[in-house]
Design a binder for this molecule. Sequence first.
Ligand SMILES: Cc1ncc(COP(=O)(O)O)c(C=O)c1O
Length: 373
Amino acid sequence: MKLFDVFPLFDLNIVKGKGCYVYDDKGNEYLDLYGGHAVISVGHTHPYYVEKVTDQLNKIGFYSNSVINKLQQELAQKLGEQCGYPDYFLFLINSGAEANENAIKLASFHNGRKKVLAFKKAFHGRTSVTVATTDIPSYSAPVNENPNITFAPFNDIEFIKKKLATKEYCSVIIEGIQGVAGIQIPDDEFLKQLREVCTQTGTILILDEIQSGYGRSGKFFAHQYAGITADIITVAKGIGNGFPMAGVLINPMFKAVYGQLGTTFGGNHLACAAAIAVLDIMKQEKLIDNAYNIGQFLLEELKKIPQIKEVRGRGLMIGIEFDQPIKEKRSKLLFEEKVFTGATGTTVFRLLPPLCLTKEEAQIFLDRFKKIV
Ligand SMILES: Cc1ncc(COP(=O)(O)O)c(C=O)c1O
């Protein structure tokens, strides 16, 4: 059997990782400014994380959601405290798409409405409703066509007011910072007004913090820069530092009904052990402050590079836009300078490093980056 060829691959076999570095099977060391696509939050093979996951595996890796799982309760408690939503409920699943799928479903169960308002250039996943709320037509199959989705221009509150006034929309879903769109930050004032109009019209505000959340922006959630609260928040990527896991954070106004949501693997013992370890490390090592500080340093230094058209971002979620395609530059950076980065579209580098990136490592990145621009 061969692998289904849907990913354009770099000719590299990564076999090892430590902190902000990864290593290929030939022993080459790469600085990881990509974090495996924003997934590595506390660093590769962090010793505390490895110990906690290994310990748990030696006890029990999995049992079903038909019994009490104290690890889920511990995770919910710690997450609530650290993220600033201590009174919210937590529902655990396995991937970002699943989190958004459940969030939209929950909103629709709650107010009985069918329509969803999403944003131009949004990415929310590849399952049925999430791919319909993703503004990338080539990702949708005919079966995913959904007449209930409206795409609003980013930051356009007047358009949204008109749509939500119909009271046909169950929810608005918006990324804390648009990632796939090339690091686009919603205006704080726009988010405040969006919050208001959602409240006025009984529309559920869903914040997709799958990429921008879990400390990446320099706050636990990117939307906290605007001083607003969301009705539902979705998280994934960094939550398990590579262990597949996701969560839906749910306002206490939602009623839990047996059978409405469910999952086989979600919130299993091993995943919870990984997620608890991540929160412990984030707290212990003050990784959110680190993301903010190193992010500021990178943003300031990158803005000094004249070849760059624009630098956007918050914390360690940074987009670097050029006038021309970056394919060759990115390839040079990887194969000659040994630095992993992400990309979006043809002209934007995306930096999504582990949140433990040090100033020295950030400087190494800058030195190598300057060589290829
Ligand atoms: C903002 C956002 N939402 C949802 C997803 C989907 O997550 P997953 O690939 O875990 O399903 C992603 C993944 O890149 C994302 O960046």
